[in-house]
Ligand binder design. Structure first.
Ligand SMILES: Nc1ncnc2c1ncn2[C@@H]1O[C@H](COP(=O)(O)OP(=O)(O)OP(=O)(O)O)[C@@H](O)[C@H]1O
Ligand SMILES: [Mg+2]
Length: 261
């Protein structure tokens, strides 16, 4: 099952990705985290993993990606890791880092002035997620970039479920309307995770959303904040994560590949 985690900038997407990956792994799932955010640099630190080889580099950088995503037919066998369908076992070992059993794949990062836009990185994410087929016990968590760009790029089309992180800001509430609309037009179910919740904001936050779609409320946590300030792994367990694991358990089904490329 492939789950895209989205939300406004700073709402807690990477935090949720990290603590949910850890919880799912503890629940016996095989978990692959896909870092599809081209700008942020520290998801590996939050997971407690080293930085693996970046997929875009392994594909030969921008030039190599262009050729591999639009190869002259027939596709060469050495392009195996982009084959269709793609399984977790097809991902090159060097592009995977381990965090206590959770695997991390980093799609691409903007690293040099003037190197080009992030569309190519989005294109790799879209291609990989569309082709990736998961087995019943395998969960892929995609940490998306902030906002709605992933919808514009159709990255979500390769996913089974969208989890939208909502923090206590007006912008987050506003984003929810767009996420709902775009997820509906993509035909993908969306569920919401409230984040940074304390007693002051709990009621106004729950009033803003359809309670049937809200899976849980993660508390505002000094521990999470301090660990992320120091670049430490988020090796903490929150009981509020379990409702998300339970929902995923119920939702899980053989993944469907949408041919939209
Ligand atoms: N439940 C929480 N309690 C306290 N602080 C939190 C919580 N969740 C996230 N934070 C803090 O909020 C900040 C942003 O979190 P995070 O990096 O996970 O957001 P993001 O949505 O991934 O951001 P970006 O859009 O930049 O990728 C970090 O300082 C993080 O520690
Ligand atoms: Mg992030």
């Amino acid at each position: 099952m492939k789950i895209l985690i989205c939300g406004k900038g700073g709402s807690g997407k990477s935090t949720l990705t990290s603590i949910l990956a850890r919880a799912l792994n503890k629940n016996g799932k095989t978990v692959l985290v896909v870092d599809a955010d081209e700008s942020n640099l520290c998801l590996n630190r939050l997971l407690g993993a080293r930085m693996p080889d970046v997929l875009m580099d392994a594909m030969g950088g921008r030039k190599g990606v262009k050729e591999k995503l639009n190869p002259p037919l027939p596709v060469q066998p050495e392009e195996a890791f982009l084959k269709d369908p793609l399984t977790l076992a097809d991902i090159p070992e060097a592009c995977l880092a381990d965090a206590n059993g959770v695997k991390l794949l980093v799609v691409g990062k903007i690293r040099a002035f003037g190197e080009g836009c992030a569309c190519m990185i989005g294109n790799i994410s879209k291609t990989v997620l569309n082709r990736l087929q998961t087995k019943p016990n395998e969960i892929v968590l995609i940490d998306a970039e902030a906002g709605l760009e992933h919808f514009g790029r159709r990255v979500d089309a390769g996913c089974d479920l969208i989890l939208c992180v909502v923090d206590p800001t007006f912008e987050s509430f506003t984003l929810v309307d767009s996420v709902q609309r775009m997820a509906e037009s993509a035909g993908i179910e969306v569920a919401y995770v409230l984040n940074k919740v304390d007693d002051t904001v709990r009621q106004p936050m729950t009033e803003r959303l359809d309670s049937r779609q809200v899976l849980t409320a993660i508390p505002k946590s000094e521990v999470l904040f301090t660990k992320s300030l120091n670049g430490d792994p988020l090796d903490v367990d929150f009981q509020e994560i379990q409702p998300i694991c339970d929902f995923i358990e119920r939702f899980e089904k053989p993944s469907v590949t949408f041919k939209i490329l």
